[in-house]
Design a protein around this ligand. Structure first.
Ligand code: ZN
Length: 277
């Protein structure tokens, strides 16, 4: 009887449609704001071309031979029905975005310019912001070496993705990545093969590295103390890209790690099997 009840509970929390799908669908499908929707697209010979809004979407062949669209859902997306556009006969394919509650955090910064930057700093930030969005928008046809990622550092997870943040009482953007509490100097390793698209020292993010893993799957590492790679370099999974530091707007040494799909920052915990619903 207990087994029957356990099975019934499992079926409730794990939709039958997902059970029938492949490995990547089972790991990555968390369709909430800041999450990922995995949408099956059949078994045609050629990979379908998919868009979400105006951004190209990653399409991979899963372990069950189905093509899947792996869609990043922006944190600001409201719960409800959304759709991707598949080129060709399929047209629009709908999917459901559920709700998720994220916690709040209050941070006190002594450096007032990092709470309310002066006009010169705002211009600098805007320039840097555009450069980073361009890097997030890159799309290469070559697929990633792996989508289930290695942790870039070994250490305790601290601030989770999606935290609503108040700096000196003023609400700012929610936390776009996942923090690891690790000492300065800890080597940061690439979690998959890729091309280094940005090596820069930014106002908020400090010393920053961007890696393009292919198909719009981009990761970012910031507040580094030093770089081990240069822009344009092809790197391998496990290669050291830099060392942990506290550059930019950071209250102490830690690694801030962003993961992006189709120009939507999504919860990195999903890709290291550490997602908290
Ligand atoms: Zn962070």
């Amino acid at each position: 009887m207990q087994r029957v009840i356990a099975f019934f509970i499992l079926s409730l929390s794990w939709p039958a449609a997902v059970l029938a799908q492949g490995y990547m669908a089972r790991v990555l499908h968390h369709p909430v704001p800041g999450g990922v929707a995995v949408i099956p697209l059949g078994t045609a010979e050629q990979a379908p071309k998919v868009f979400y809004g105006k951004d190209r979407v990653m399409v991979l062949r899963d372990s069950d031979q189905q093509w899947i669209a792996v869609v990043g859902i922006d944190l600001k997306t409201a719960a409800g029905r959304r759709a991707i556009r598949v080129e060709g006969a399929q047209g629009e394919v709908g999917f459901q975005v559920g709700a998720k509650n994220y916690k709040s955090q209050h941070i006190t910064l002594k450096n007032k310019s990092q709470v309310n930057p002066d006009p010169e700093q705002v211009r600098r930030y805007e320039r840097e912001y555009k450069e980073q969005i361009d890097a997030y928008r890159r799309f290469r046809d070559a697929g990633p070496s792996n989508v289930v990622l290695d942790r870039p550092v070994t250490g305790r997870l601290s601030s989770p993705f999606g935290l609503r943040r108040f700096f000196n009482g003023e609400e700012r953007n929610a936390h776009s990545g996942l923090d690891f509490a690790v000492p300065a100097g800890t080597p940061v390793k690439a979690p998959a093969d890729g091309v280094v698209t940005i090596v820069a020292d930014y106002f908020f993010n400090g010393k920053t590295v961007f890696i393009d893993h292919g198909q719009g799957f981009i990761t970012m590492y910031c507040h580094l103390s030093a770089f081990q790679v240069r822009q344009g370099q092809e790197i391998q999974r496990g290669q050291v890209v830099g060392q942990v530091g506290a550059t930019g707007r950071a209250t102490g040494p830690h690694l801030h790690w962003n993961v992006s799909l189709n120009n939507a920052r999504v919860d990195p915990a999903i890709f290291i099997n550490a997602f908290q619903p």
